[in-house]
Design a protein around this ligand. Structure first.
Ligand code: ADP
Ligand code: MG
Length: 285
């Protein structure tokens, strides 16, 4: 095997021979309300390969959460298709697990461990309590919450609750972990710590994650690849590589350049929108 071929094979994203875990193909997602038809995303396409940390980045309201709802199986595209390991997505399943921003995604009447074992038993991941207990403890240790396994959620900080939600999601060992701005409600320091821990977990297990954020910095730190989405309705602006960037690069020349490049991409749209609105306004008056 030549060096180039080897390099291509090592880079799962670039190797044509590797099948994507998730294939989102020209997907338009809409909400129908009594009065309106809201197009949340318009013909969005991307492919997530094994062990990708794939980030959907775009301003609030551009349809990031909607895309995750589609992948999770809660919404059907009006156009295009979404495939998980080649099978079209029609409904939710334990092969896709979602972690949300909210701290109340845990069951308050169950302990840390019970929150995880409950998901493992109900999701069909484990058939005996013993197996569920063992797997739960394995992931509780991974997120450094051993000694808190018997604690109830209301005793935990926001960061700890998010660790439990992440441990629960990872313990299900889904084909793809879906994370919707999981650190957005945390204070800056905890957020930084959680980003580092997520990357550490990834080093450990090389799971595949589809991660949503509206923070350019977070996208560059977390993502191996970044899909930049335009404001409402979300359309693909660009797909970028960021696998070589992490916290240690914040402030670097390359990091800053990418940051402003993305910023300009998103900002250019805003200007265009303003101009269009102004033009429409002028045409009407
Ligand atoms: P993001 O996660 O990027 O902030 P969302 O996916 O939540 O964006 O929303 C995309 C668009 O769809 C927005 O214009 C939003 O107002 C609209 N939307 C989201 N959820 C609903 C809903 N349940 N019913 C109607 N419109 C919705
Ligand atoms: Mg959202």
């Amino acid at each position: 095997m030549g060096q180039d071929v080897q390099a291509a094979a090592d880079n799962s994203s670039a190797a044509a021979a590797v099948e994507p875990i998730l294939d989102v193909d020209g997907v338009t997602l809409q909400y129908k309300t009594k009065e309106h038809l809201i197009t949340a995303t318009y013909r969005v396409g991307f492919k997530v390969y094994p062990a990708d940390r794939f980030v959907l980045l775009g301003p609030s309201g551009c349809g990031k959460s909607t895309l995750l709802k589609g992948v999770a199986g809660y919404m059907t595209p009006v156009e295009g298709a979404m495939r998980l390991k080649g099978r079209e997505i029609h409904e939710p399943g334990p092969d896709r697990v979602m972690v949300f921003q909210e701290f109340d995604q845990l069951l308050p009447w169950k302990t840390v461990k019970q929150n995880i074992t409950f998901a493992l038993m109900n999701g069909g991941k484990c058939s005996t309590q013993k197996d569920a207990d063992e797997l739960a403890m394995e992931y509780i240790k991974k997120v450094k919450l051993d000694q808190f396994e018997d604690t109830y959620p209301h005793m935990l900080s926001g960061g700890m609750k998010q660790r439990v939600a992440i441990a629960r999601g990872m313990a299900m060992e889904p084909d793809i972990l879906l994370m919707d701005e999981p650190f957005a409600a945390l204070d800056a320091l905890t957020r930084l710590q959680m980003q580092e821990e997520l990357l550490q977990l990834w080093e450990d297990t090389h799971f595949t994650v589809l991660f949503v954020t509206h923070s350019i910095e977070e996208a560059l730190i977390i993502g191996s690849r970044i899909l930049v989405l335009s404001p409402h309705p979300g359309q693909v602006k660009a797909e970028l590589n960021a696998h070589h960037l992490n916290h240690s690069n914040v402030g670097d020349k390359e990091f800053s350049e990418l940051q402003s490049k993305i910023h300009n991409m998103l900002f250019a749209d805003r200007i265009l929108e303003d101009e269009l609105a102004a033009a429409e306004g002028a045409a009407q008056s």
